[in-house]
Write a protein that binds this ligand. Structure first.
Ligand code: HEM
Length: 84
């Protein structure tokens, strides 16, 4: 949360690794992810069907421990614009 950054241990969240081989693409990847998410949420709604079960798993990269079941639908306003 804003203002609490200093309370977080530097190793608490390491999706891009840590130490001398930490990911050099981290800034680019985070920017790209935000742009992709913004583009997708303009046109689609995402509803997670099993939100009570989502737990992170620390592997080479952080990932969900179990499958995420998600329902994706086009926004109503968008749907009327698209033929078929
Ligand atoms: C969501 C996207 C990405 C994730 C989750 C990710 C994650 C990682 C992780 C976990 C490592 C290993 C760090 C370590 O050994 O401690 C790594 C290394 C690396 N990543 Fe990424 N990465 C991403 C995107 C990118 C992009 C976009 C680039 C290049 C433009 C990139 C270039 C590299 C390179 C060159 C290394 C090796 C660094 C070294 O060994 O010195 N990555 N990345």
């Amino acid at each position: 949360m804003p203002g609490r950054e200093d309370d977080v241990h530097p190793g608490a969240y390491i999706p891009f690794g840590s130490g001398p081989h930490t990911c050099i693409g981290a800034g680019f990847a985070a920017l790209e992810a935000a742009l992709i998410l913004a583009s997708l949420t303009r046109s689609f709604d995402f509803h997670i069907e099993n939100s009570d079960k989502i737990r992170p798993a620390a592997r080479l990269t952080t990932r969900p421990a179990e499958q995420i079941m998600m329902r994706v639908s086009r926004h109503q306003a968008e749907a009327s614009k698209v033929p078929g």
